[in-house]
Design a protein around this ligand. Structure first.
Ligand SMILES: O=C(O)CCC(=O)C(=O)O
Ligand SMILES: [Fe+2]
Length: 189
């Protein structure tokens, strides 16, 4: 990795960790530690052509990790997120901003209080589009498990404990990319 990318990656990882910490505090989790949770980086390049206008550059999916910080293309739009009514809402380019969204691990970790968001990238115009996605994944060696503070008799545990690696493999094996794989890990009542 080049020096500039390395510094970018470190800064974004730090931002993701701070953001996660604030989320935990906001949910009343005192002293929760995200220490050792890794980030993964991906540079997406879409070579859109007149023929691809109107098609999907990335199919509908949720991100599998905890949270994503997206440095989206500053000129070429196309990102769309799904609202709770199943409608796609365009996220137009906004210079000097990041898009932050939650993934499936956040949903399991929070016992369903936080929700992962379905999204896709549509080809709107015949241009090259570039985005840099930084994913804060999940705990490295321990299981993803909602803290005791988030569990009560009215709010029983929703998901069985699982590791990020197990979840990643489950998503690949089932080809369920839009959050449905999490349903397979629900505690049976
Ligand atoms: O390119 C984008 O705007 C989004 C890419 C994305 O959703 C992803 O990499 O998971
Ligand atoms: Fe994504």
């Amino acid at each position: 990795m080049g020096e500039i990318l390395k510094r970018f990656a470190e800064a974004i990882h730090g931002l993701a960790m701070d953001f996660a910490q604030k989320l935990a505090e906001g949910m009343g989790l005192v002293g929760y530690q995200f220490k050792g949770w890794p980030s993964q980086f991906r540079i997406n390049k879409y070579s859109f052509t007149p023929e691809t206008v109107g098609t999907s550059g990335v199919q509908i999916h949720t991100d599998s990790g905890f949270l994503t910080i997206l440095q989206d293309d500053e000129d070429v739009g196309g990102l769309e997120v799904m609202d709770k009514f199943g409608r796609f809402i365009p996220v137009d380019p906004l210079r000097g901003s990041f898009v932050i969204n939650l993934g499936d691990i956040a949903q399991a970790w929070s016992n369903g209080r936080l929700r992962s968001v379905q999204h896709r990238v549509q080809c709107k115009e015949a241009k090259v589009r570039i985005s840099i996605a930084s994913f804060l994944l999940g705990p490295k060696d321990t299981a993803v498990e909602a803290s005791a503070e988030l569990i009560s008799s009215e709010n029983p545990r929703k998901y069985v404990p699982f590791t990020f690696e197990e979840y990643r493999k489950l998503r690949i094996a089932t080809k369920l990319q839009a959050g449905q794989a999490l349903e397979l890990l629900r505690v049976k009542s």
